[in-house]
Ligand binder design. Structure first.
Ligand code: ADP
Ligand code: ASP
Ligand code: MG
Length: 411
C-alpha cells in the first residue's frame, strides 16, 4: 500500500463535470488500496474573480481581508469533490488549510508554511477515507487565515507530502508534464521525462509558472518525489529528480520567460562610493524587490544604473527614483514596463563554452535588441522588448535543438 498526495489545478476542477471526473480517478486509486490526500485549487478564474471584487472595494485591499476572501475559492472545490466522492461510495472528508492545520507565518497573501499538524489526516487515512485539503491557504499563530501566493496549491501539496512522508506527490494540471518551454508560446516544445531540481527551481524562479517556486524548494529540501502530469490524459508526466546522470544530457534543458518585470534607469549618477546604496536603499525600504542590476563603467565621472522590479511595483519605484535623482543630482530617470526577460536554463551549460555567444548571435540575427544580460552557472537571461517574446523563444528553441531528442553530451 502506497500513500500519495495528488494536487489538481484550477482547470482540472473548473466545472462540476471536471470535479466528477477527478472523483472517478481518485476513487479508482483508492479502490486499488492506496491512501490518498487530495489538494485542490479553486475553479479556474475564481482567484482572479475574487481579486477583482476586492479591487472594487479598495484600490489597495487590506491583505488580511484579502486572504479571508481568496481562501474561499478552494473551500468550494474541496467540499464539492468530497461530495462527489461520497456520491460514488468513496469515503472522503474535506478540510480547509486552517482545519488541518497548516500553520504559516503572518505575511498575508504570501505566507510561508511553518508547520503542519498531520494527526487529523493520519486518523482519516487510517479510517479508510480520502482526505481532501484546500490548497493555497493556512492560518497564522493568531488564527488568521493566510494564503501562500499565486500558484500556492502546489506548495500545499508538496508540504503535505513532506509532512506525511508520502511515496509520491503528483501535480495534475492541463499539460502532460514540464516542457522545454511553455507550449502556449512554442507549439514545438517537447515534454521532458525528467528534469533536475536545480533546473526546475531555476525555471520556476525565472518565470515558468507550472510549479510555484516554493513547492520546488520544499520538494528539494525534504526529498519529495515530485511528478507533473495531465489531469486529462494518461502518461508518466515529468519527474523532478536529483539524479543528474539520469536526465537527458542536453546543453540547454529549457527556456523560461517572465512578463512581470519592468525596467528603470537613472542616468548621470555621480561615480562616488555609496551611490548604489543611495539608489537601492530607499527602494528596499519601500519593500520593493529587485531582480537584475546593471551599472555601467563610468567615463565622465558619472555612471548609468539600471535595475528591474515587478510590474506591480513599477509606479512606486518610478516615484522613489525620481526623488533620488533630484537628491543625487543625477541626470534623468527613464522607465519601461513593456519588457520581458527570456532565459535559457541547463546544467549542461556548466561545462560548455560559447552558449551565451550563441544565444546573442541568434537574437541578433532576428534583429532583437538585448537591453540587459545576466548570467549564473546554469542560466543566461536577457531583457528584450516585450513584442519580441514569441520570436525570441521560438528562435532560441530551434537554435538549441530543443524540439529534438538530445544527442549525448557529456555534462
Ligand atoms: P494549474 O491551474 O493546474 O496550477 P498552471 O496554469 O499553474 O496550472 O500551470 C500550467 C500551465 O503552465 C500550462 O498550461 C502551460 O501553459 C504553462 N507552462 C509554462 N511553462 C511551461 C513549461 N515549461 N512546461 C509546461 N507548461 C508550462
Ligand atoms: N487558486 C490560487 C491561484 O490561482 C492557488 C493555486 O491555484 O495554486 O493562484
Ligand atoms: Mg498552478
Amino acid at each position: 500500500m502506497a500513500m500519495y498526495v495528488y494536487k489538481f489545478g484550477g482547470t482540472s476542477v473548473g466545472t462540476v463535470e471536471r470535479i466528477k471526473a477527478v472523483a472517478e480517478k481518485v476513487k479508482a486509486v483508492h479502490d486499488s488500496g492506496d491512501q490518498l490526500v487530495i489538494v485542490l485549487s479553486a475553479m479556474s478564474g475564481e482567484t482572479n474573480r475574487l481579486t477583482d471584487l476586492a479591487k472594487q472595494m479598495q484600490d489597495n485591499p487590506v491583505s488580511r481581508e484579502m486572504d479571508v476572501l481568496l481562501s474561499t475559492g478552494e473551500q468550494v472545490t474541496v467540499a464539492l469533490l468530497s461530495m462527489a466522492l461520497q456520491e460514488l461510495g468513496c469515503p472522503a472528508c474535506s478540510y480547509t488549510g486552517a482545519q488541518v492545520r497548516i500553520e504559516t507565518d503572518s505575511a498575508h497573501t504570501k505566507a510561508r508554511i511553518k508547520r503542519i499538524d498531520d494527526a487529523r489526516i493520519h486518523a482519516d487515512l487510517a479510517a479508510g477515507k480520502v482526505v481532501v485539503v484546500a490548497g493555497f491557504q493556512g492560518m497564522d499563530e493568531q488564527g488568521n487565515i493566510t494564503t501562500l501566493g499565486r500558484g500556492g496549491s502546489d506548495t500545499t501539496a508538496v508540504a503535505l507530502a513532506a509532512a506525511l512522508k508520502a511515496d509520491e506527490c503528483h501535480i495534475y494540471t492541463d499539460v502532460d508534464g514540464v516542457y522545454t518551454t511553455d507550449p502556449r508560446i512554442e507549439p514545438k516544445a517537447r515534454r521532458l521525462d525528467k528534469i533536475t531540481f536545480e533546473e526546475m527551481l531555476e525555471m520556476a524562479s525565472l518565470g515558468t509558472k507550472i510549479l510555484q517556486i516554493r513547492s520546488v524548494e520544499f520538494a528539494g529540501k525534504y526529498n519529495v518525489a515530485l511528478r507533473v502530469l495531465s489531469s486529462f490524459s494518461e502518461g508518466r508526466g515529468t519527474l523532478i529528480t536529483y539524479e543528474e546522470s539520469e536526465v537527458e544530457q542536453a546543453l540547454i534543458s529549457g527556456i523560461a520567460f517572465n512578463k512581470d518585470e519592468a525596467k528603470l534607469t537613472i542616468t548621470g549618477v555621480p561615480d562616488i562610493p555609496g551611490a548604489a546604496f543611495k539608489i537601492l536603499g530607499p527602494i528596499a525600504d519601500a519593500n520593493i524587490e529587485i531582480d537584475m542590476i546593471i551599472q555601467n563603467v563610468a567615463d565622465d565621472a558619472t555612471t548609468d544604473f539600471t535595475f528591474t522590479v515587478h510590474r506591480n511595483d513599477f509606479v512606486k519605484a518610478q516615484e522613489i527614483l525620481t526623488n533620488i535623482c533630484n537628491n543625487l543630482e543625477a541626470r534623468a530617470v527613464t522607465a519601461d514596463d513593456s519588457i520581458v526577460k527570456v532565459s535559457i536554463v541547463g546544467v549542461g551549460m556548466r561545462s560548455h563554452a560559447g552558449i551565451a555567444s550563441k544565444m546573442f548571435e541568434v537574437l541578433g540575427q532576428e534583429a532583437i535588441n538585448i537591453r540587459m544580460i545576466s548570467t549564473s552557472e546554469i542560466k543566461i537571461s536577457v531583457v528584450i522588448d516585450e513584442k519580441y517574446l514569441e520570436l525570441a523563444v521560438r528562435t532560441l528553441h530551434k537554435a538549441f535543438d530543443l524540439d529534438k531528442e538530445p544527442k549525448e553530451v557529456s555534462v
